[in-house]
Design a protein around this ligand. Structure first.
Ligand code: MN
Ligand code: MN
Length: 505
């Protein structure tokens, strides 16, 4: 049978909208699922996705991608790369799989919402592929770490994490419920695909693929590339949606959704990617600092995308720039200090050579993080041997980002960074705490959406974590023996300091 050329049929097929007659348009596309802001079907006729693909082409390409990645995995299985991999890289793998495998599978549902309730035919078409993409990402990132579970139960957190109340998982769920699981089709398009994927995760996977190749992990490098090429395609669902919102007088709505999503994505990146790039990645393999990466790709490239499309950069741009010198250093310090509370072993990343690198990339790091946070710990470790670093009390958590409130230790006006500060809000008789004015602003955009959530600190105060002790907390996190993180170098890094002190004495 002769096949029509794609160009001869594609434009008709990709935008099949029709006028409903058995039900009303509102019944077919209820506002709470579509989020179309009352814009009728005709307003969506101009939706033009920049990336066009047919189902036939999609299936062929995806089949080839899967075949390629699984073949590399099979070929290298016997090489046991992890036996000789650097501890920092293994930590990155465990962190990555635990944080993202199930979230990727959940993203399939968000894409499905656009595939059913998006009012533009092209949007539904793209989102159908997007839903299949995310299903594949979920499956492959559950399958690949599974063979490593025999090596460490921490790899089992790829499957386990989202079924727990571990603090970083609570933070991730709060974010992805907000921009993905509990948003309508327009909300998902703008917040997940346009802001989060275009601005952040597409680049994250590009960087991860390159880092993996440099670390010698060809299996993960291929996996990350295969995911990234899907992200690059379905991330383009959101741009044309933003254009239609702007054309129809809803620029403010689009801007608000983008502003919320970018800040929330930033706080996740500062918790996960920042420590990975600046503290976990072995020094000789680092190409860019987290700050350089963010400035070039997110602040530079994505800012141009925003302006090109007709939006402004978020009102908090300067606050985010300041945060770039603070947040991820604080997250790393906190996570290393309380390494039992995560499912990966945490590399300290503060050997003398690493500190030189940090000072070079973040001038003033030594005066603040070095002198006021790490030096006292190193001093104690050298004198008394490695001792417990968990704080005996609950630290303040942000009621939006769900991660600790941070500031720069030893900060004084004029220095880079910012002071440790709570941004509280009274709302219906409850005091909420926020790590920044931006987190507080997000809450104020839709208090009913967020008001009933309890942070881990709130749950502790409410008596939901029993017994209210460290062991009780770790049990609440469902982190069992063999799953709780340790110091990734088993404190061997302290020896260099001990020797230096001995020689100096
Ligand atoms: Mn994905
Ligand atoms: Mn995606």
């Amino acid at each position: 049978m002769a096949l029509l050329k794609r160009a001869d049929w594609y434009d008709i097929a990709r935008s099949t909208n029709w006028s409903p007659t058995y039900v009303t348009e509102d019944e077919l596309f209820p506002e709470e699922q579509s989020g179309a802001l009352g814009l009728p079907l005709e307003s969506w006729d101009g939706y033009d996705e920049p990336y066009k693909v047919t189902y036939r082409e999609y299936v062929r390409t995806q089949r080839e991608k899967d075949a390629g990645v699984y073949a590399v995995k099979a070929a290298l299985q016997r090489a046991n790369f992890l036996d000789t991999a650097e501890p920092g890289w293994i930590s990155i793998l465990k962190l990555h799989y635990g944080a993202f495998a199930i979230l990727e599978a959940m993203a399939s549902g968000a894409e499905s919402r656009m595939a059913r309730f998006g009012k533009a035919g092209g949007m539904r078409n793209m989102a159908t592929f997007g839903s299949l993409d995310e299903n594949r990402h979920g499956q492959i990132q559950l399958y690949f770490p599974h063979e490593h579970v025999q090596r460490s139960r921490q790899f089992d957190w790829a499957a386990k994490s989202m079924h727990t109340n571990e603090w970083a998982v609570v933070a991730a769920r709060h974010l992805f419920d907000d921009i993905m699981s509990a948003r309508d089709a327009v909300g998902v398009a703008v917040m997940l695909t346009f802001a989060f994927e275009t601005g952040f995760s597409n680049l994250q996977f590009l960087g991860l693929a390159a880092d993996a190749a440099k670390a010698g992990d060809m299996v993960f490098s291929n996996l990350a590339s295969s995911i990234q090429t899907d992200e690059a395609r379905h991330a383009q669902i959101g741009g044309p949606v933003v254009k239609i919102l702007i054309e129809n007088g809803h620029q403010d709505n689009a801007q608000r959704l983008v502003d919320i999503a970018i800040w929330r994505a930033w706080t996740l990146f500062a918790t996960v990617t920042g420590p990975s790039m600046d503290y976990y990645t072995p020094l000789e393999r680092r190409q860019q600092s987290f700050k350089e990466f963010m400035l070039e790709w997110v602040f530079g490239q994505f800012e141009r995308t925003l302006v090109d499309i007709g939006l402004d950069r978020p009102w908090y741009w300067d606050i985010m720039l300041d945060d770039l010198d603070t947040r991820h250093h604080g997250m790393h310090a906190g996570i290393w200090t309380f390494h039992q509370s995560v499912w990966w072993d945490v590399p300290p990343g503060v050997s003398p050579a690493e500190r030189e690198w940090l000072e070079d990339k973040y001038p003033g790091w030594e005066e603040t993080w070095g002198a006021h946070f790490w030096e006292p710990i190193i001093e104690r470790f050298v004198t008394d041997g490695p001792v417990e670093t968990v704080l005996p009390s609950m630290i303040p958590l942000c009621n939006m980002s769900q991660v600790p409130v941070t500031g720069t230790p030893g900060w004084t006006p004029g220095k880079t960074g910012r002071p440790l500060k709570d941004y509280p809000l009274e709302h219906k008789g409850r005091t909420y705490h926020f790590g920044s004015e931006v987190d507080r602003w997000i809450f104020q955009q839709d208090p009913e959406r967020y008001q009933d959530h309890l942070s881990i600190a709130d749950r502790m105060v409410a008596g939901m974590i029993q017994p209210p002790t460290l062991d009780g907390l770790l049990a609440y996190f469902d982190l069992r023996q063999g799953e709780q993180g340790g110091d990734a170098l088993k404190h061997s890094w302290v020896e260099a300091y001990r020797q230096a002190r001995t020689e100096a004495a």
